[in-house]
Design a protein around this ligand. Structure first.
Ligand code: FMN
Length: 344
């Protein structure tokens, strides 16, 4: 469990991002500029509790070289939250995922890094909302309550109980935040936009004083993590000084700067060759992790824009690299490029 007194303030969290924050990307970020904590991309508990389980297990794979992790889940059935979360804390879920992918089971160091679970109550995707999941729970306190209690039973005191949500559905909804705080969560992460706003407007930092006041009144022990438009460690420290948030969560900030969590912005001083070599490293790790093609090449191509960016000719290089048909093909193209840039 994250200890309120011991955790450094602010602590830094890598946001959950579907098809992005898998074990490979988390290992890259953990290596170059680690946050204190990462969240997995969201994984459906109803799927994990079904015959389709194996298809979802790649999202669960964890390597002990990563920073500590909170697994994020979504779904409809409280009983499946309880069942799957029990498997997180007896480690059988992660061990079966690792074994299926040909990776090691968790050793002591790895087990100590499995620190909690988060329930997604913020995703605005139309299909999930229509199904009554994620941000639809903002309008269904009864189901949200059942899910939180099922998750609490699954954790059984062995880790952090966390919820990630938005400030409301169509407008800031104090009742929703009050409700969540009344559940005495260990951690509450708030993406400072409404569901309707998606990511189209600036994050509402101006609401932080009101939210922090509610937290102090209702559940002072709940760690409050702000999310939305935070791009750097420095900005997070300033938000902490101004609003007294406990933690700061950075998502897309790592796309424009993979060193977002570091104290000095090394990305600015990264040469084109450094960037190509970092992408090469990512591709090699992708290949050695997903030997059975568990993840399609499109998930890998997404990273092209992150690494191959910010230097003359980057756009043209991306056009070539994005044509790669397989991870081997991409690695070959990057090898040629790094040789070319070494001799420049
Ligand atoms: C590609 C992508 C995938 C995302 N997947 C998830 C997810 O699985 N779970 C979740 O709670 N939020 C997800 N989000 C939302 C982010 O966690 C975060 O709340 C949002 O990007 C705002 O933070 P930022 O401004 O730091 O990016 C996703 C965002 C992006 C861009």
């Amino acid at each position: 469990m994250i200890n309120v007194d011991k955790s450094p303030k602010p602590f830094f969290v890598l946001a959950p991002m579907y098809d992005v924050t898998d074990t490979v990307f988390r290992q890259i970020i953990s290596d170059i500029a680690p946050p204190d904590l990462s969240m997995s991309e969201f994984v459906n508990v109803d799927g994990l509790a079904s015959v389709g389980r194996d298809k979802l297990l790649p999202k669960i794979v964890f390597n002990s070289s990563e920073t500590p992790i909170i697994y994020q889940f979504w779904g409809k059935k409280p009983e499946n939250y309880k069942k799957i979360i029990e498997q997180v804390f007896d480690y059988s879920l992660i061990n079966s995922a690792n074994v299926l992918a040909g990776q090691k089971k968790l050793g002591k160091a790895g087990r100590e890094k499995i620190i909690g679970i988060d329930i997604n109550m913020g995703c605005p995707d139309k299909a999930v909302v229509k199904n009554g999941c994620c941000s639809a729970l903002i309008k269904d306190h009864a189901l949200a309550d059942d899910i939180i209690e099922a998750a609490r039973q699954g954790i059984a005191g062995r880790g952090t109980l966390s919820v990630k949500t938005r400030i409301g559905f169509s407008e800031f909804n104090q009742d929703w935040i009050r409700f969540l705080l009344s559940k005495k969560l260990n951690m509450l992460s708030i993406h400072l936009r409404t569901v309707k706003e998606m990511s189209k407007v600036p994050a509402h930092f101006e609401l932080l004083p009101e939210i922090i006041k509610l937290r102090d009144e209702i559940s002072p022990e709940t760690l409050l993590v702000a999310n939305g438009d935070i791009k750097s460690r420095q900005q997070a420290i300033e938000l902490h000084k101004r609003y007294k948030i406990d933690g700061a969560m950075i998502g897309t900030g790592v796309f424009s700067n993979p060193f977002a969590f570091s104290e000095n912005n090394s990305w600015d001083s990264f040469t084109p060759l450094n960037k190509i070599e970092l992408y090469e490293k990512h591709v090699r790790l992708f290949k050695s992790t997903w030997k059975k093609n568990e993840r399609p090449i499109v998930t890998l191509n997404k990273f092209c824009k992150i690494y191959i960016n910010g230097f003359d000719g980057a756009k043209e290089l991306r056009e070539i690299l994005m044509q790669a048909k397989s991870a081997d093909d991409l690695e070959g193209k990057l090898n040629m490029l790094s040789k070319e840039y070494t001799t420049r």
